[in-house]
Design a protein around this ligand. Sequence first.
Ligand SMILES: Cc1cc2nc3c(=O)[nH]c(=O)nc-3n(C[C@H](O)[C@H](O)[C@H](O)COP(=O)(O)OP(=O)(O)OC[C@H]3O[C@@H](n4cnc5c(N)ncnc54)[C@H](O)[C@@H]3O)c2cc1C
Length: 381
Amino acid sequence: MSTMNRHDAIVLGLGIHGSAAVYELARRGFDVVGIDRFAPGHARGSSHGATRMFRRAYPNPLWNDLVERAHRGWERWGADDGAPFLHPTGGLYAHRGMPTMQGGRSRPVERAEVGAVAPSLRLPQGYGAVHDPDAGVLEAARALAHAQAGALGAGATLRFEESVLGWTVEHGTAEHGTAEHGTAEHGTVTVRTDRGELRGRRLVIAGGAWVPRLLPATAGFFEVWRIVTFTAPTGQPVAQPPALGCFSVDLPEGLVFGLPEAAGSGAKIGLDAGPVWDPEVPVAPPTDAEAEHLAGLLRRFAPGITTDGGEAAACLYTMTPDRRFVLGALPGRPEVIVAAACSGHGFKFGPAIGEAVADLVAGVDRPDLAFLDPARMVTAA
Ligand SMILES: Cc1cc2nc3c(=O)[nH]c(=O)nc-3n(C[C@H](O)[C@H](O)[C@H](O)COP(=O)(O)OP(=O)(O)OC[C@H]3O[C@@H](n4cnc5c(N)ncnc54)[C@H](O)[C@@H]3O)c2cc1C
């Protein structure tokens, strides 16, 4: 048997979820290694860009507990870093017909009230809205850097520009039975990379858009989309709270989401729809037509905003059929934990996903995560 060091956990992928997991595991004293195939700050996946939206308003109350854990997590990270990551701006979530959102302090508002809540926002005729006073803008790039620096500071090892090529699980070797940290004793995972091998008690797969490739048996369960956003220039009071907060409008062409100017970033808009994309192919930059289409939507919903000089960017969503994350041990493979949390709304949960992964590695039971069960991948595939 190889004398190679056996880590408590090996985390594949250092986007927001893998980084949050390594950070939390290291904070708890686990021996953890994080691996990413690209350099820090790369723009090939789903976690790049200056900002993301946080909201408590969610369609299904199943999410409420995880949203609260995430909110506490952002407060904890902000306290650790000496400045908040979450900038409250409020949010209005518009829909045709009956309200669809609930949670936190959110409440339906009459159309006439929209102007008072967000003077810059214009909603289409026939739309109602739910107001979430706790919605806000997250400093995403700073949060990602904080999690990685925090992980290193707590003793983790981060390896960038190294690709995981595969892994195997071995059972029944001599060293089994010497569990530490209360980690239930299962097999040992050997992870092969393009630079060598590592061994660990647990492998955490947080590979974002590459999860379908990393778990071929589940490929049919996920779909990767290319998504474009547009950010207006800064310095526009009409685009800032209290004139404008976060918003979304469900249009026939898809859900439009918007963030106000905050935390040094301009007002941003995007559409929750895009072509299927192979993450092995670098994300095609936005075309002028795509940028102008989104700029036009921003001018439509917030007509006072100037979009000249704005910038567009592209990124990847990893969608599941039920828009829920996949979080937990692989069926029949307790050594392998999957953390695939996207469907276009995962970033806000970063600290809570990190906490959940650390609990699962430590063998802490988390029945509250049953609605994110990985078994859904297998039954659907
Ligand atoms: C345009 C856009 C807007 C969004 N807006 C919001 C928002 O407002 N609010 C919100 O909550 N969420 C939002 N999201 C969703 C959110 O950003 C994602 O859910 C989240 O970033 C997913 O993070 P991740 O860590 O799972 O994936 P990623 O950040 O993609 O991380 C996966 C990592 O795995 C690595 N990897 C893959 N394969 C390998 C391998 N074989 N070996 C080593 N490393 C590997 C990749 O290099 C990558 O760094 C948005 C997403 C996009 C694209």
